[in-house]
Design a protein around this ligand. Structure first.
Ligand code: FUB
Length: 447
C-alpha cells in the first residue's frame, strides 16, 4: 500500500514537472549545483543554488563557469528534495548580456509578502558596469514565478549577493568584488539606501568572496570563503553590528582535500539545529567548475564561536529503511578492503557503488529509520564476478546479524533475503562480505 502510494506520488510529481531526489551528500544529484543559499519559508527549507552546466560549442567558455539559469529546491526534512525547476534564466532578464552564462551565486529573502531573489550577472550595457553587477527578481511564492527588475541595483558592482534583515527590520545587502561590501537597502528591497561600505578588518591577502551574514544571540557573523593558502576555505568574523567593525575569528571549513578551488556556503537554523550548506565537486572530480551542494550539521560553543565543520558524505537527516540506502554515502568505511567508485564514470549522475575487495572490508551507514512496523525482507543491488554473500548487521561490527544476502555470479542483480530479526527504531547498518570474493553494492532497501 505504502509503495503504491509512493509510486502514485512520484507519478503526480512527474506530471507536475517536479523531480524528487533522495540523497545524502551531495544532496542534489540530477544536475550540477553550487553556492547554496538555504532559507526557511513556512515549514520547508528552500535552497537557491547556482546551476553549473558544461560548455558546449557556442554556449559558454570551456574550462570556466558556465551558468545559464537558476532552479529552486525544497524539502521538509533535509533528506527528500524537490526540484521546482527553473525560476530565472539569463535571456529573460532585460539587463543581462544574452548568452553570457554568468548567473553566479544568488540569495533569496522574504519581506512583506514578497520573495526577493538577488543574483549577479554581466550587464549587456557596459556603461552600467564593465564586470558583474547584481539584480533582483520578485515573486509571490518561494518557487516563483519570479519577475526580474528591468535594471540592476544602482551603485553595486560585484558578485555573490547576500541579504540580512536585522531585528529592527532594516535590510542590508552584502556582496563581493575582491573585498566584501555592505550597504543598507531601502524598504522596497530594490535600491541601496546609502553608500556601500567596505567591510575592512578582514584578511588583505588572498581572494575573499561569497559573504553570508547572520545574527545569533546579538553577534553578527560575517562568513566568507577566503584563499589563505591554495584554494578557498570558509572563515568568519564577528561584530556587534551588521556593518562592523568585524573581528576575524577563525576557520569554519578547511580547504577541500581534493582541490575543488571554490567553496561557497550559507547557514541555516531549522528545527533547533544549525546546518552549513556548502559545495564540492563530487559529481565532477576532474573539473571543479561543475559542483554539487552538500549539507552538514554545525554547532556553536558557549562563547558563540563556530565549531569547525568536517565535511561528510552521510550528510544529515534520517534515511527511511524503505528507500534505497546508498551505502557509498557512508558514515564509516574500513581503511582496507572497501572503497567507493562511480557506477558509470561516463555518467556520474548515476551515483556511486561500494566496492568490497573481500571480507576485510566493511561499511557503516548511520541513521536508518526502520519505524515500528515489522519489515520482512531486504533487497540489495549487487554484482560479484565469483558470487558472494553479504552480511547485514544492525548498529556496528558486533551488532546482531539481521540478514545474509547472496549475490549471484555475474553482473548487477537485484536480490532479496528475509530479515532474520526485526528491531524497530533507528539504527546504523553495518555491511560486510562473508567470504573472500570481491563484491559491489549499489543500494540496500527494506520492505
Ligand atoms: O559560482 C561562481 C562563483 O564561484 C561564485 O559566485 C563564487 O562564490 C564561487 O563559488
Amino acid at each position: 500500500m505504502r509503495t503504491l502510494k509512493l509510486y502514485g506520488l512520484l507519478a503526480t510529481l512527474t506530471l507536475l514537472g517536479l523531480s524528487p531526489a533522495y540523497a545524502q551528500n551531495p544532496f542534489i544529484t540530477n544536475q550540477f549545483t553550487a553556492d547554496p543559499t538555504a532559507r526557511v519559508f513556512g515549514d520547508r527549507v528552500y535552497v537557491y543554488p547556482s546551476h553549473d552546466i558544461r560548455a558546449t560549442p557556442g554556449h559558454g567558455r570551456a574550462g570556466w563557469f558556465v551558468m545559464e539559469d537558476y532552479h529552486v529546491f525544497s524539502s521538509a526534512n533535509l533528506t527528500d528534495w524537490m526540484d521546482h525547476g527553473v525560476i530565472v534564466t539569463q535571456n529573460k532578464v532585460p539587463w543581462v548580456k544574452p548568452d553570457s552564462y554568468s548567473m553566479w551565486a544568488p540569495d533569496c529573502i522574504f519581506r512583506n509578502g514578497k520573495y526577493y531573489f538577488y543574483f549577479p550577472s554581466t550587464p549587456r550595457d557596459t556603461t552600467v558596469s564593465k564586470g558583474f553587477t547584481i539584480g533582483v527578481a520578485v515573486a509571490d511564492k518561494p518557487t516563483g514565478p519570479f519577475v526580474p527588475q528591468p535594471l540592476p541595483i544602482k551603485g553595486v558592482r560585484g558578485i555573490d549577493p547576500n541579504v540580512l534583515i536585522d531585528k529592527d527590520g532594516q535590510a542590508y545587502l552584502y556582496w563581493s568584488q575582491g573585498n566584501i561590501y555592505g550597504a543598507k537597502l531601502k524598504d522596497n528591497m530594490l535600491e541601496l539606501a546609502d553608500e556601500p561600505k567596505t567591510l575592512g578588518e578582514l584578511p588583505t591577502k588572498g581572494l575573499k568572496e561569497g559573504p553570508y551574514v547572520f545574527e545569533r544571540k546579538g553577534i553578527y557573523y560575517l562568513t566568507y570563503p577566503h584563499v589563505e593558502n591554495k584554494t578557498e576555505r570558509l572563515e568568519y568574523a564577528t561584530s556587534t553590528s551588521p556593518l562592523g567593525p568585524f573581528t576575524v575569528k577563525g576557520v569554519i571549513m578547511d580547504e577541500s582535500p581534493t582541490g575543488c578551488w571554490t567553496n561557497h556556503h550559507s547557514f541555516l537554523q531549522f528545527k533547533n539545529q544549525w546546518y552549513l550548506f556548502y559545495h564540492h565537486n563530487d559529481l565532477s572530480p576532474k573539473f571543479d567548475k561543475n559542483r554539487s551542494v552538500r549539507i552538514d550539521s554545525l554547532s556553536f560553543a558557549a562563547d558563540g564561536s563556530i565549531q569547525k565543520v568536517k565535511p561528510t558524505l552521510r550528510g544529515v537527516g534520517l534515511t527511511d529503511a524503505r528507500q534505497k540506502i546508498q551505502l557509498d554515502r557512508y558514515s564509516r568505511l574500513s581503511e582496507r578492503g572497501a572503497a567507493i567508485a562511480f557506477l558509470d564514470t561516463a555518467n556520474t549522475f548515476q551515483g556511486w557503488k561500494t566496492v568490497f575487495a573481500g571480507n576485510s572490508g566493511w561499511v557503516q551507514y548511520n541513521g536508518v529509520a526502520f519505524g515500528q512496523q515489522k519489515l520482512k525482507t531486504v533487497s540489495l543491488r549487487g554484482a560479484s564476478t565469483a558470487g558472494a554473500t553479504l552480511q547485514i548487521r544492525l548498529d556496528n561490527a558486533t551488532g546482531p546479524v539481521i540478514a545474509e544476502v547472496a549475490v549471484p555470479k555475474g553482473t548487477w542483480h537485484e536480490v532479496k533475503a528475509p530479515i532474520m530479526a526485526f528491531k524497530p527504531g533507528t539504527h546504523a547498518l553495518f555491511v560486510a562480505p562473508k567470504s573472500q570474493a570481491p563484491v559491489e553494492v549499489d543500494w540496500v532497501r527494506f520492505e
